[in-house]
Design a protein around this ligand. Structure first.
Ligand code: B12
Ligand code: SF4
Ligand code: SF4
Length: 353
């Protein structure tokens, strides 16, 4: 049993260590169940808002509460790492030649970078409290990182549902450590959205007409990354030139005026070739070319077919006749989803009289 006074000292030292490891935000909360969070999550699933992400439903008990995943957990350490962009992520909107890749995917895969820092922090903690146990998570585990982050005081869930920080705006990757140590909880962060609705007005597909409640099935991030088949026609035009993810609701948030790329983790800098890529460069990818180009990037996981599918919708939206020959070739692609997207793009680029 760790004495309260020494735990307090450890908690303060841990915050310091987290900062040293590149986390710009660190807070603590309990591991028990928050009934309202669990209820809202259940409701969200019940309404089918997760679309085809069945993995959200299959481990819902574990996701709904930290102790549902690991009954021995006593506290949660919520951590945030900045990936603030250098410029305006919306600058390429409507560009007929360039494609837009969301800021989070322009650099190296954040899972690797956040996980490495989490593990270093975990090692540090275990060295000091060898009797304690912990587990580290980033993104893929059944852990609700955003509400836990708010409960731990590192920011609040904005109307677009992502965690917003007073100091770092929208641009934080989240991670969590569950620990058997009973750390003192921080205060829940209060909601600072007020009357603002900039993110709702900016969303091209009206994916959260009810604030704080996203319908993933309408979200461009879901459609371009998670959704496997053809993207429903009603959303194709709204994709514009976005080929992987979407930043619009994040980018317009007024709290970003406090975000500073100087706080970005050094390993999360964007790769130059992904900040303003030419669409034409991507339309000829075969599987090997795609894998090589996106080695070490989170984009690799969607595979060549889904990626080229997205590029074809962007080509169809571009009004750029110079892409017509590349699009035409893809109408015979062995993948039927790619071939159908090429048909759609070709028809948009050269409409019949
Ligand atoms: C599934 C998922 C997605 C899905 C669904 C998104 C969503 N909003 O749930 C899709 C594919 C669409 C997606 C997109 C994106 N994602 Co994502 N995603 C996740 C993942 C894996 C799980 C999120 C989850 O639990 N969703 C379930 C819903 C129910 O949770 P919730 O939004 O917290 O729901 C609460 C509210 O709806 C609220 N609520 C419901 N009703 C009501 C009513 C009222 C009145 C109120 C006040 C509240 C309320 O209560 C619910 C429960 O607490 C997390 C990683 C993780 N393990 O947490 C990353 C994560 C959320 N994603 C992340 C990112 C960066 C993105 C994108 C920005 C990527 C991009 N640029 O394209 C977009 C943003 C889109 C958006 N506006 O949310 C980051 C967010 C970081 C942050 N600062 O918040 C995370 C945390 C990954 C990480 N480790 O950094 N994502
Ligand atoms: S990521 Fe884009 S499509 Fe999804 S909710 Fe935000 S603005 Fe809307
Ligand atoms: S844009 Fe406005 S409403 Fe949306 S998260 Fe930011 S402050 Fe909240």
């Amino acid at each position: 049993m760790v004495k309260a006074a020494s735990l307090e000292g450890l908690q303060a030292a841990l915050r310091e260590k987290a900062r040293e490891l590149g986390f710009v935000a660190c807070g603590f909360t309990g591991a028990g169940t928050d009934p309202l969070r669990a209820e809202r999550f259940e409701e969200w699933l019940g309404e089918g808002r997760h679309g085809s992400m069945e993995w959200m439903e299959s481990r819902k008990v574990q996701r709904a509460s930290p102790q549902g995943l690991w009954p021995e957990a006593q506290s949660v350490i919520a951590l945030g790492m900045s990936y603030a962009p250098d410029g305006d992520p919306l600058a390429l909107e409507g560009d007929a030649e360039k494609a837009r890749i969301s800021v989070y995917a322009q650099g190296r895969d954040y899972h690797d970078i956040v996980k490495k820092a989490l593990k270093a922090l975990a090692r540090w903690l275990i060295e000091r409290e060898p009797e304690s146990e912990l587990k580290v998570f980033v993104d893929t585990a059944p852990v609700m990182e955003k509400p836990l982050g708010q409960a731990a005081g590192i920011g609040w869930q904005g109307k677009h549902t992502n965690l917003v920080s007073r100091e770092h705006g929208s641009w934080l990757f989240l991670g969590a450590i569950y620990s058997t140590l009973p750390f003192a909880p921080d205060e829940t962060h209060r909601d600072l959205c007020g009357n603002c609705r900039a993110c709702q007005d900016a969303c091209p597909t009206d994916a959260f007409p009810t604030p704080y409640k996203l319908d993933a099935r309408r979200c461009i991030s879901y459609l371009t990354i998670e959704h496997k088949g053809p993207i429903p026609e009603e959303f194709r035009e709204a994709l514009g030139n976005r080929i992987y993810g979407c930043d619009d609701c994040l980018a317009v948030c007024p709290w970003n005026k406090f975000a500073d790329a100087a706080h970005r983790h050094i390993k999360l800098a964007p790769r130059e070739k992904l900040t303003a890529p030419r669409l034409a460069e991507f339309l000829d990818f075969d599987d090997a070319g795609f894998r090589q180009f996106f080695s070490g990037s989170p984009i690799k996981r969607v595979g060549r077919d889904r990626f080229v599918r997205n590029c074809l919708y962007a080509a169809g939206n571009s009004g750029n006749g110079a892409l017509a020959a590349q699009v035409e070739k893809l109408r015979c692609d062995p993948n039927p989803v790619v071939a159908e997207a090429a048909d759609w793009a070709a028809a948009r680029l050269s409409p019949s009289p």
